[in-house]
Design a protein. Structure first.
Length: 535
């Protein structure tokens, strides 16, 4: 029986195909079924691996059918980021891996490699137990699916636990093969913990290498990213095929790095057609998606279900909220003498590439009831440099109060006090602490930004510890405000939010403006009495 052209085969035609297969003789039936399994991923998944749920348990199975066909056509070199519970691991890690074993092993394999006629596979997840869970599903299918074993008795053992030379989750599983490489047919490995050494695989399949437990700090994210780069050495040279399957967590996660660097092509599928909360679901029912939103909340839903790890507008900041003022190069307390100025410092404990930054902000409260960022630093500083910064900012701006983060204050304050005595320049330091979570502290900035009451300098260039000159205003906007609540770093906006802990007071509202109301009225009246030529 000839195979029809796959691109013309529709999902609803498969039942008729199955009926027609029953009319074949046993030898023809086996040969035809083998060919369909090797050529058609939907046929294998739905009818041989018996995954009826791909049709019966979803609202729009045609969407899933289209994804299967897409993976079938181009399985390699992609990062597939699909919504949770939309079958990405089932299609790629489970079904496609089994199909490739059936294609490239046996008496009549589809050989496409000169050296590795029988390819090997390594499933990598963030931790080894997670990777072994994927392998367990494949192992149980190859051991327990009698129809599959009958169709591919030249590849699969009848009783693999007894007959296979290797059939364990720890060491991998081995099907019938002609060669004897040191690698099992399929192995499972942790990406961050337990990467194998001295082994090389034709297929590297990455599934869930980013998890909730790996995104807590920049260091944790970097550790996963570095492990992903290191795993490139597990490949079998130019023949290596890579597949990455996952779900987004933050803009700065390892998946974000892969996309930004263009390491792989992308296939991104949110749970709705337009990627919005209110959009039409692609696979599940509206009720299912609505319940997910209620259970997960706006941010987690946006990341996990929409594949867009940004906060909803009620949590985040908008670029158009911010206002700007021209800051003189020699700005100091005299330049903004009518403002009440406050200095806040959030120290970091280490001067390392991946450590948090020391952040310091001078904010002025104006008689116009607006907040002005007068000065700002975000850099990696040691204790001596932090002290120098505090002394400099205080002498430059003469703030009414100086606040210092509690967790860092105890280690720094004694040194700062000693410096105050040696310079004969003294001021009190207010301890900043409290039990409010950082994300909730920062959210206090949202109302004043939304009301256009936070003014930033047009630019603020600083030379950082590594010698690079950067505009810290743009750093604040692009790396912190715009990515909140999951910025790469949040030290700057966190220290700015401490203005609400400083027991501030607004300056007197009767401060004489540049033009008093009566003078302005008189000046306007004069202008209406003549033209510029009157003078």
């Amino acid at each position: 029986m000839d195979l029809p052209k796959k691109q013309k085969m529709q999902r609803k035609e498969y039942p008729a195909l199955m009926s027609s297969l029953e009319k074949l003789s046993p030898p023809d039936l086996k040969a035809t079924m083998r060919e369909w399994c090797r050529k058609d991923l939907w046929f294998l998944l739905r009818y041989i691996l018996k995954r009826k749920d791909t049709e019966d348990a979803v609202h729009k199975p045609d969407w899933l059918f289209d994804r299967v066909k897409e993976v079938e056509a181009e399985p390699d070199g992609y990062i597939d980021l699909w919504s949770r519970e939309h079958y990405k691991s089932t299609v790629i890690t489970f079904a496609k891996t089994i199909q490739d074993i059936l294609r490239y092993y046996g008496d009549d394999p589809e050989g496409i490699w000169d050296e590795y006629d029988e390819p090997t596979f390594c499933i990598l997840a963030n931790t080894r137990p997670l990777a072994k869970a994927f392998l367990r599903q494949i192992r149980e299918e190859l051991a327990g699916n009698d129809q599959l074993k009958e169709l591919f008795d030249d590849i699969l053992y009848a009783a693999p636990a007894k007959e296979s030379p290797q059939w364990s989750l720890d060491d991998g599983i081995v099907v019938k093969r002609k060669n004897n490489p040191k690698e099992a047919t399929i192995e499972a490995s942790g990406l961050v913990d337990g990467q194998p050494t001295g082994k090389h695989y034709t297929f590297l399949i990455y599934d869930d290498v980013v998890t909730q437990d790996t995104i807590g700090t920049p260091e944790m994210i970097d550790k996963t990213t570095d492990a992903f780069r290191l795993s490139d050495n597990l490949g079998a040279g130019e023949t290596t095929k890579r597949r990455v399957i996952g779900t987004r967590y933050t803009h700065a996660d390892t998946y974000g790095v892969i996309i930004k660097e263009g390491q792989l092509k992308t296939r991104i599928y949110p749970c709705t057609e337009d990627g919005s909360v209110e959009g039409i679901p692609v696979l599940r029912t509206r009720e299912f998606i609505a319940q997910k939103y209620r259970n997960q909340g706006p941010y987690i839903f946006s990341a996990q279900m929409l594949q867009n790890p940004t906060a909803d507008t009620s949590q985040g900041f908008k670029r158009e909220w911010f206002r700007y003022y021209e800051r003189p190069l020699d700005a100091n307390y005299a330049t903004f003498k009518h403002m009440n100025r406050y200095l806040m410092v959030d120290p970091a404990s280490a001067k390392k590439k991946n450590s948090d930054y020391t952040a310091a902000a001078v904010i002025g409260l104006g008689a116009d009831q607006n907040y002005y960022l007068l000065d700002f630093y975000r850099d990696r500083l040691n204790l001596k440099e932090r002290t120098e910064l505090v002394m400099y900012l205080h002498s430059t701006w003469r703030p009414k109060k100086t606040g210092y983060e509690k967790y860092g204050k105890d280690s720094d304050i004694e040194y700062i006090q000693e410096r105050q005595r040696s310079d004969n320049y003294r001021f009190d330091i207010m301890e900043l602490g409290g039990k409010v979570a950082k994300i909730d502290r920062i959210k206090r900035l949202v109302p004043i930004c939304a009301d256009n009451r936070l003014f930033l300098p047009e630019d603020l260039y600083r030379t950082l510890y590594d010698g690079k000159e950067v505009d810290l205003v743009q750093v604040l906007l692009n790396e912190e405000f715009m990515l909140f609540p999951v910025p790469i770093h949040d030290d700057g906006i966190d220290v700015m939010a401490r203005i609400f802990d400083m027991d501030t007071k607004w300056p007197k509202t009767n401060v004489r403006p540049l033009y008093s109301e009566d003078r302005w009225v008189r000046a306007a009246a004069k202008k209406t009495t003549g033209t510029f030529m009157s003078a």
